[in-house]
Write a protein that binds this ligand. Structure first.
Ligand code: UD1
Ligand code: PEP
Length: 459
């Protein structure tokens, strides 16, 4: 049976079903093992990359997230067939024809904008509204646009829509030498995808080196793309005429893994995780070591955290990979609120990613913000309170703080959490955490695993 996301019932909007809160009873120890899901940021961009291929792309280890559902809907709306079997999502972009991506969907997640690269590469034309995603800064797309222009596209931004077209009879992008002013993850991914089908060689200098960029390159290579240097500052892509079908497995989510390591550290609990790629977690493991925890690599894809009795203060500056990831900043801040001294946390990647500070202070933390730096003065105890989750990683940070706080914490507005963590509450429950999902309107308990399966209706 072919199942399609295009038929998703619009009335059952994710916002309505996920307007929920999490009630956490703090200070219960955790114990056991956690299965880490596929990486959200790799899955989303690899889904966009399926547009490059006119055959079947089978993707395994795709996490069940509301962002993944929306990305599936974006692709369906463009004419990509999206179907589901028990352990994979299948995409076929043979009939992909539509050059206009829908505002209602693209405006809800950042990664949806990245389809502009493969759309242009396949059809020579693309109109994509400016994207959504976490409200953590201005998040312009100028680096994507300038790179596509260097490859011969004409690009205009009109009424909030980026309209790009490749002139000429064959409408094919041309290889180019591109230098990114900043190693933007999304721009590197957009341009790398665009270059796989371009005429000639493209080099991207000062490219992002994140594992998700490497995963995308490996996915493209599995379809026959010619790419060298992904994971370094210089990526070289030699365009080919077409890409072929593939079966590809997404890497484990390093941000989810780090979040669980902190759950162990903040509740002083020993827990283990798999699958993981230890190299993707180097910065987090180093910081946890500095803080006093011991991380044991039990096998190539299996970690255990032995928590510190006393959490030591530590300074953090977020940076592009292999620096300390901005997507782990809020979670580490939650941990450092309970340290034995003063820590500074500087956010250099996004200009407005400290909105969790006020909420952590509501739980009894002592944090002051000066410019892009938070000064975290450790306190002996957090105390439960109602707090508002303002973005995805802020949600995770507040839940972690709630696990350690004395009494009851209610984290409101879980729509951000559900964008990027697969059943975080259920996984924590399995480790022994006391928490339950509430409907905000009537504060009655609702099932923990609320995100419906990805496929929703037969065509
Ligand atoms: C879906 C996805 O993969 N999201 C991740 C991706 O976001 P995203 O790809 O949006 O992040 P970028 O690396 O592009 O952004 C980093 C910085 O570059 C700036 N910038 C970016 C593009 C551009 O054209 N112009 C520009 O100025 C941004 O405003 C930001 O200040 O990488 C971020 C940095 O690791 C992560 O926090 C996000 O979780
Ligand atoms: C910022 C994030 O996601 P997005 O780029 O999709 O907003 C994130 O994953 O932390």
């Amino acid at each position: 049976m072919t199942l399609s996301l295009a038929s998703l019932n619009k009335k059952a909007s994710p916002e309505a079903s996920f307007a929920t809160a999490l009630e956490i009873q703090g200070q219960y120890p955790l114990k056991g093992h956690v299965n880490i899901s596929g990486a959200k940021n790799a899955a989303l961009v690899v889904m966009a990359g399926t547009i490059l291929c006119s055959g079947d792309c089978r993707l395994r280890n795709i996490p069940n997230l509301s962002d993944v559902q929306r990305m599936g809907q974006v692709l369906s709306s463009l004419g990509v067939q999206v179907s589901h079997n028990p352990d994979a999502l299948e995409f076929n972009a043979r009939d992909f024809h539509c050059t206009e991506a829908p505002y209602e969907l693209v405006s809800q997640l950042r990664a949806s904008f990245f389809i502009i690269g493969p759309m242009l590469a396949r059809l020579g034309e693309a109109s994509v509204p400016l994207p959504g995603g976490c409200a953590i800064g201005a998040r312009p797309v100028d680096l994507h646009v300038r790179g596509l222009q260097a490859m011969g596209a004409h690009v205009q931004i009109e009424h909030g829509v980026v309209k790009a077209a490749v002139p000429g009879p064959n409408r094919r992008l041309k290889g180019a030498k591109i230098y990114l002013d900043y190693p933007s993850v999304g721009a590197t991914e957009t341009l790398m995808m665009a270059a796989t089908l371009a005429d000639g060689e493209t080099t991207i200098e000062n490219a992002a080196q994140e594992p998700e960029v490497v995963d995308l390159a490996n996915f493209c290579k599995s379809m026959g793309a010619r790419i060298w240097g992904a994971g370094t500052k210089k990526i070289v892509i030699e365009g080919v005429a077409r890409l072929h079908s593939t079966d590809y497995e997404i890497i484990p989510d390093r941000i989810e893994a780090a979040t669980f390591l902190i759950a162990g550290a903040i509740t002083r609990s020993e827990i283990s995780l798999s699958p993981i790629v230890p190299d993707h977690l180097t910065a987090a493991i180093a910081k946890l070591g500095e803080i006093g925890c011991k991380i044991v690599i039990e096998s190539p894809n299996h970690l255990r955290i032995i928590p510190a009795y006393e959490i030591k203060a530590s300074d953090i500056t977020t940076m592009p990979y292999p620096g300390f990831p901005t997507d782990m900043q809020a979670q580490f801040m939650a941990l450092l609120t309970l340290s034995n001294g003063d820590s500074t946390i500087s956010e250099t990647v996004f200009e407005n990613r400290m909105r969790h500070v006020a909420e952590l202070n509501r739980l009894g933390a002592n944090i002051r913000v000066k410019g892009n730096t938070a000064i975290v003065r450790g306190v002996p105890l957090l105390s439960g309170a109602p707090v508002l989750a303002t973005d995805l990683r802020a949600s995770a940070g507040l839940i972690l703080a709630g696990l350690a706080a004395e009494g009851t914490t209610i984290v409101q507005d879980l729509q951000h959490l559900d964008r990027g963590y697969e059943r975080l509450d259920l996984k924590l429950q399995k480790l022994g955490a006391r928490l339950r999902r509430l409907s905000v309107n009537d504060t009655t308990e609702i099932a923990t695993a609320t995100i419906p399966p990805l496929q929703v209706a037969a065509q």
